[in-house]
Structure formats: C-alpha cells, structure tokens
Design a protein around this ligand. Sequence first.
Ligand code: TYD
Length: 629
Amino acid sequence: MRLLPAILIGPLAGVWADRFNRRTTMVVTDVIRFALFISIPLLQTLPWLFAATFLIECASLFWIPAKEASIPNLVPRNRLESANQLALVTTYGFGAVAAAVFSALSFVNRGLAHEFSFFRTNPVNLALYLDALTFLVSGLTILGLPQLSSARPRGLAAQDAQGAQGAHQQGLVTSLREGLQFLSGERWLRGLVLGVSGATAAGAAVIGLSRVFADDLRGGNAAYGVLFGTVFVGLASGMFLGPRAIGNFPRRRAVGVAIVCSGVALAVNAIVPNLALAVLMTGLLGFFAGIVWVVALTLVGSEVADELRGRTFAFIYNLMRVVLLVAVAAAPFLAGIIGPHTVTVQNLRVRVDGVTVTLFVSGVLAVVAGAVCLRLMDDRRDVALRTDVLAAVLRRDPEQGRGTRAGYFLALEGGEGAGKSTLARSLATELRGRGYEVVLTFEPGDTALGARLREVLLDPSSHGMSPRTEAMLYAADRAQHVAEVIRPALERNAIVVCDRYVDSSRAYQGGGRDLDDREISHLSRWATGGLQPDLTVLLDIEPEEGLRRASRVGESDRLEAEAVEFHRRVRAEFLTLARRGRHRYLVVDATQQPEAIFERVLARLDEEALPDLPAARTTMTIPLAEAPR
Ligand code: TYD
C-alpha cells in the first residue's frame, strides 16, 4: 500500500509541484493527512487502514516534491546544505525519538484508559491522534509562509507576461516529457540518480539481511537490534556531521566518493567474522550513505532550475522508494536461494553462505555504481581526485581547476625561435574562419599589469635578479593573465591559444635555473588555480638553431642572452614534461616548414573535442565585411 502510489502517481506528483502553487499543495495535503490519520482509529477497520495508508501515501507524494522544491527558494544558497541536513535529520533521525514517544504515550494511554472507555480499545490510538495533530501543525505553519506561494518562478512569470506558454499551461504529459527529457539530458543528474540508487540498494540489502546476518555472527536478537540501529545512527551522523567532515571537498565528486566508500564498508562488512567489526562497518556504511543523501539533495536543490525541481525531486524520491523496497525484499530472497555453504581453504573455513555473498556482491555493486557516478558527475577532470582529497584532509581550499568544462585551452611551448608566434597566428586565422571565437594571447605580459612585469623580466638590465624572484614574477604575470584573460575567455566558450604557459616556467626556471621542479609547479598551480591546458603543443628545436633564428629578429632579451647550456637544459626539461604528460601533449619537430607544422597541429585539433559553439553556426550570416579577420 505504501509502495503502490509511488509507482502509480509518483511522476504526476512531481509535475504537480512544478505547475501549481506549492504552498496550497502542501497545506491541502497536510489537512488531508490530518483527517486520514484521525479516521483510522475512528473507523477501526482493517480495509480502511489499508485504504487510508494508500491515501496518506498519495498525499505525501504531492507534499514531498513541493517541499523539496520550495526549500531552495526559502534559504540563501550557501545555507541550503544546512537546511537539507535539518530536514533529513528530522525525517530519518526521528525514528529513535518516535520509539521513545510511543513508549511514553502508551504509558499515558494506560492512565487515560482508566478514566475513559474511549482509550481502552486500542493503545495505538493516542499515537495516531498525536500523529494527526503534527500534520495539522505542519499545515498551519506552511500557511504562515506566504513567500512559498510561487510555484512559478520569475522566469516563467516573465514568460507569461510576454504571452508565452508557461509550464503550468502545458499539458500534463508535456510537462512530464519535458521533465524526463531534462533528467536524461543532464549527464551529472544521470550520474547522481544511478549512484544514489546503488547506494540505496546497498543500504536496503543490509536492512533486509541484518536479521540473518546477526544470527550468523551468533549475536541473536540483541545483535540484530544493534546492527539495525547502527545503520540509522550512521545515517543520521552522516547527514549531520558529514558536510562538515568533508569540508570544502567539491560536492559533485563527494557523491561518487561517498558511494564508493559505503560500498567498500559493506563489502568488508560482509566478510568480517566478528560483531564488533560488523557494527563499525555498518556504522560507516550508514555514515557515508548519509553524506550521499545530504549532498545529493543539496546539489539538486541548488543546480536544478526552480521550474523543473519538483519533477526532479519526485523522480528521485520515487525511484529510491522503489529501489529500497525491492532491495529489502529481494536481498533475503537471493540469500535464501544461494543458501549456506562453506569452503575450506588450507584448514581455514571460509563462509560463502547466501548472506555473505549477497552482502558482498551488493557492496561491490555499490562501488561500481559510485565509480560510474563519479565519472558522470565529475566537473573537475583537470584536477586529480587525490589532490582534492589531500586538500580536504589538510583543510585547505580545493584547487580551482577548470570548473565546468567550457571552451578549449591550447598552450604553445618551446625554446627560443621555435616559431610559436607564427603557428599561433595561423591557427587563430584558421579557427576564426571556422566561426570560433579565438583568443590569441601570450606570456609574459598580455595584461596591463603583465606588460610592466614583462619589462622588468626581460630587460637585460635586470641581470642581478635572483631565480626565485624571477619565478615569482612569471607566476604573478600568469595569475593576472589567467584571471583577466584566460578564464573569462574559456567561460565564454572561446578557444584560447596561449603562447607559453606553466611549462615555460618549469622549463626555464625549473630546468634552466635549477629550482626544484615541484616547487615551480606548485607555485604555478597556485597562481593559476590549477587551470591546465587541454593540449600543449611543444615545438621542439635544437637551442643553437633556435637562438640563431631568434637573433635574426632583433636584440636578445635577458633570457635569450643565457648560455647555450642553459637553453639545452630548458629543451631537455620541456621534453621530459611532454613525455610525462603524454595525452595532453603534441611534440612537433620545429625545423619543418611552418605549413607542415600548422597542418600537423590542425590535424590533432580536429581529433580533439573542440567546443560546440553557437558561433560556428552563425558564421554563414556574418556579412563579409565584418567577418572575423
Ligand atoms: P618572449 O619574447 O615572449 O619569448 P618567445 O618569443 O621566445 O616566446 O619572452 C619570453 C621569455 O620569457 C622567454 O625567453 C621565455 C621566458 N619565460 C620564462 O622564463 N618563464 C616563463 O614562465 C615564461 C612564460 C617565459
């Protein structure tokens, strides 16, 4: 009776939350539930108990998405996680409180039954009345929150004003289709749904099997109680303490990582032979699952637009409900089919009974689901996961990285006279011709501030500059460059072609000046917030040849004036970096003709996923006179 509504009308309830006044929906469903709860003890029949349960569940289905979708409009974004924590703790953490209240109530009931015959029939009645009352209180509270009224956010209201069709005017089916389209179109949401289902199934397997598992550990009823309780204590503490525990760890990654961790805890739990360890693992499992829930809800709340939020929450909730119930029921069934077996490996008896196998397999499945979820949700592909973990452990801010992937970042590197600028120009012309916005830029000195730093850096009169000063000035120029030019361009979805970047520092200051490469790399990462090129083209040339070419152009600057030996070290360092970062590099022999080099790089760019730009489609309509040069 509790599962059926989710399957039958679950999707409709989500659409409802996006189409109608959410406050009215909540108040009305609260009053309905109030009435239904009261009716159960009044009517006192089994069929009505079933019917009422079904109806209450239906009402809840409308209430939950309306509530979830409203919270992000009630609290500022940076407090959304705390709001969700509170909501979850009061939902799931109150099981224990409820048990205590129930005991207290039955005590009171006994007293009342003495005086009034009304309370003699069934001691549960008082609890049901109290329960009914809580819905009335909830309804009245929500009635007092006029700021909840809008089911139609500004965007849609504005659309209405222009006479466009708002979501509330669409047919139900259209809204539903739109919701599903949105869900399947968002890669990160697909990851989230998959991951959370995996975690829920794993948790449900534990709940379904903890009875038998406790017996297997020879713990009996007491152990069962402890194991069962531990899942919930773990869940509540994960919800409550988790967000603080993981600090600034990037949230999209946190979901996948927490799912993997809960899967590992479950798999270990399955094979541990003793109760104390099992309790620990079960607690950890719950803890990580709690983190998954809070973080996932907050992500949906803050990243899904208001007009789609109700449907999104409804979909996730209904799916979880189905997964939970199916898994709770299926786990013991599976375990039963497998049955008890033991294998003896060199005098050691290993249990391979149904419970162990089922729990272990669930754990492994959760790990897989978590890993896939991590991949699908990852928005920081240029920052290593371990860097984020380390930063969280050390309580540092995570590296900024690229953020949501946008644009394309190409860096050109090489020694003196390698022909980077020529290549950069021809690439820019070609790509602009294809309709891309191309930002052609260089280091050092392509900002107003950077130009002054460049003067100091390259002027031969700065010859006494210490290597560390030099390294920091290049890094300072780069920090300004990234903040002022590169990041904004990438956010606009442009292609950035940058003449020299981090690798120049690693090669010149690290290789050439003999500073520690790790320090240089750390300094640059700090300066750039971890922004890395999608591809680095290294134009490789013998220093003698390169310097000869460069000297034809004009006077040599402070770095060109260094001994050939210095430039050899620079070249060697460039080649080492390219060898280490294989996938992100293209090494080209710079003694070839410029056209050959250009073709080679262009061929590689054609293989890369260049951003899909609206600009690429508008080229046809740009009048010739205004076409990008
Ligand atoms: P530039 O005239 O732009 O050199 P090129 O035309 O060879 O690219 O001058 C940049 C000089 O600065 C070049 O000699 C390399 C050096 N450099 C560093 O030593 N470290 C760095 O981080 C960067 C960006 C450049």
